[in-house]
Design a binder for this molecule. Structure first.
Ligand code: C2E
Ligand code: CA
Ligand code: CA
Length: 561
């Protein structure tokens, strides 16, 4: 059996450089069962083939004694060419004295003429290829222990090489993931889980073999398949599922594929990321089993990258604008403007108006949110002062505080300094902290909140009911205001339970002796019901959308109904 299991899924090409027809034929006869053979009749032809041939060549058999250009010159030329210098070369010679020189010039082995027994030639060829392939991968153990497919590192290395040699051929990077694999493990045990991974790897190996490609296990239950471009992915999904069922008796696993096709020599890591991105996008879908990375995904990704990239410049150029949405007190018969919520917008010089839903999640991920929040706190504090000076009105403003802010002890000093510098009282800056910020590590957060309250700041629990904070958290936390999550208001007339909840939250607020805010109020009907439930403050499009500061000023002295 052939001993070349290093890249056994790729067809290997051997280039024979030999001027004598009979020798060409003998070598072809010996090797063509196992290898694809290319023949050059002389050195010049050989160099031309190396320059233009699109497949990776695994080995060169080079006759030293040739007309036009002798083997030594060819050898030297190849060793100078950085694209081909690593292809192992075995020299063919009838002259014992040349062997040493050839080896010094970089040949890996030699075959003597007249030719040795077939087995000897085969052994030398196989071994040279194997050694050269191993050399690239000595640094890493190349295969995943469990499934025997390539690990990510080696996979990337080979994909890079294939890309280089097969430029302009369209190829697919496909990431496969098992849906809810942790549940499978829990249900059937780790051993069965491992077995499933091995079976999937085997199925993918078959597919790779048929489609001229390679397979890797990237991590846990993620595999990557790099193959020639396919036109029909329904067929691919069916094949994988059928093979799992027919060959391995596995039918209770759902696999999903993310596909990124390209014919450019793109960064391998990028290709994998993109395929994985679209694979993860359909994680919870009941109807989609594959997802192809398309222009929209690309635009989306580029858009995100651009926003991240432009952040610092935007802060410096004051592209972020703070809008203000009124919060109306509905106690008693007369409604009146009680405060405002500061909401950030990005007026991007090229992209125009960008709403926070687009960029806040990005900046929460990379930490920029902390800087952005401080920017807003600063603007809001200055705005309070400005309205005091201009209209002799003190309108408290609430600002949003992100989860990330709450893990930084310095936040207390930062906020306090902002307030001092702008010359307003802490009690006029309300801090809206989203409920989900309390989920973990509550001790730390409780500590910070207590410090802020001691300094006089008002704490508002934002999006109440959206997270999982327990009643216990509510009892241990000291705060001033509860803001019901918008979706309750949105759904309050859709089902009785939600309406009941809206009422119960009011009881809780009264019991805890804190103010109660409802946001997202759009209709008179909602407003009336909330008033009936004794809600203190209402925020929503019914009264006004968030407005830039100059438009907001028109609300001063306005009557609300
Ligand atoms: P949020 O803190 O829950 O803010 C309320 C959102 O509801 C705002 O969206 C507001 O414009 C919108 N809204 C107000 N009334 C209505 C209504 O009647 N109907 C509907 N459908 N929506 C209404 P916006 O301004 O797009 O902000 C979205 C989220 O972005 C905010 O949710 C907040 O989580 C975040 N955000 C905004 N500005 C900042 C900021 O300066 N810092 C931080 N950390 N987050 C911010
Ligand atoms: Ca808020
Ligand atoms: Ca909210």
């Amino acid at each position: 059996m052939r001993n070349n299991n290093i890249i056994n899924k790729l067809k290997r090409y051997i280039l024979i450089v030999e001027d004598e027809f009979i020798n060409q034929e003998i070598l072809k006869e010996i090797l063509s069962n196992d290898y694809e053979i290319l023949v050059a009749n002389n050195g010049i032809e050989a160099l031309e083939i190396l320059k233009t041939y699109s497949k990776p060549i695994s080995l060169i058999l080079l006759d030293l004694n040739m007309p036009l250009m002798d083997g030594f010159t060819v050898l030297k030329e190849i060793k100078k060419d950085k694209d081909n210098m690593n292809i192992p070369i075995i020299v063919i010679t009838g002259d014992k004295g040349s062997e040493l020189e050839a080896l010094t010039l970089g040949a890996v082995d030699f075959i003597t003429k007249p030719f040795d027994a077939t087995e000897i030639i085969m052994a030398r060829v196989n071994r040279s290829i194997e050694l050269s392939e191993k050399r690239i991968i000595v640094s890493a153990s190349e295969r995943d222990e469990l499934t025997d497919v390539y690990n990510k590192h080696i996979f990337e290395e080979y994909v890079g090489r294939i890309n280089k040699y097969r430029q302009n051929e369209k190829k697919d990077m496909i990431v496969l993931n098992i849906s809810h694999f942790h549940l499978y493990n829990e249900l059937y045990g780790k051993e069965e889980g491992d077995k499933a991974l091995v079976c999937i790897a085997n199925v993918l190996k078959d597919i790779a073999r048929i489609n001229d490609g390679i397979v890797s296990r990237l991590q846990r239950d993620y595999f990557a398949l790099f193959i020639n471009h396919l036109d029909n992915y329904d067929e691919l999904v069916n094949k994988i599922n059928n093979d799992l069922k027919d060959k391995y008796n596995i039918s209770n696993i759902i696999i999903r594929l993310g596909i990124y096709s390209s014919n450019n020599n793109e960064d391998v890591d990028n290709c994998i990321d993109r395929a994985k991105l679209v694979c993860d996008e359909i994680r919870n879908s009941n109807s989609k089993f594959y997802n192809i990375y398309n222009d929209d995904d690309q635009k989306n990704q580029l858009f995100k990258e651009k926003l991240n990239h432009d952040f610092n410049k935007a802060i410096a150029n004051k592209e972020f604008k703070v809008y203000y949405q009124p919060k109306i007190s509905i106690l008693g018969d007369k409604f009146k403007l009680a405060s405002a919520e500061a909401l950030i917008r990005w007026i991007h010089p090229e992209l125009g108006f960008i709403s926070p839903g687009m960029f806040i999640p990005l900046f929460e991920e990379n930490g920029n949110i902390k800087l952005l929040d401080q920017y807003v706190w600063n603007e809001a504090a200055k705005q309070i002062k400005e309205w005091q000076n201009k209209y002799n009105i003190t309108l408290p403003i609430s600002v949003n505080v992100s989860r990330a802010d709450m893990f930084d002890e310095k936040i207390v000093d930062i906020i306090n300094n902002i307030v001092k510098e702008s010359g307003i009282k802490p009690e006029n800056l309300y801090l809206e902290i989203t409920e989900s910020a309390y989920n973990n590590e509550t001790d730390q957060i409780i500590g910070i909140i207590n410090k802020l309250r001691d300094l006089g700041f008002k704490i508002e629990i934002d999006d109440f009911g959206s997270g999982y904070s327990s009643l216990n958290t509510l009892a241990t936390l000291s705060f001033d205001c509860l803001k019901l999550d918008m979706k309750f208001v949105h759904d309050m007339f859709k089902n009785d339970k939600t309406l009941k909840m809206v009422g119960i939250v009011s009881d809780i607020a009264k019991y805890l002796n804190v103010k109660l805010v409802a946001e997202g109020v759009e209709t008179k009907e909602q407003l009336d019901k909330l008033k009936q439930f004794n809600y203190d403050i209402i925020q929503g499009y019914y009264f006004s959308k968030p407005l830039p500061n100059d438009e907001f000023e028109n609300l001063f002295g306005k009557e609300f109904k």
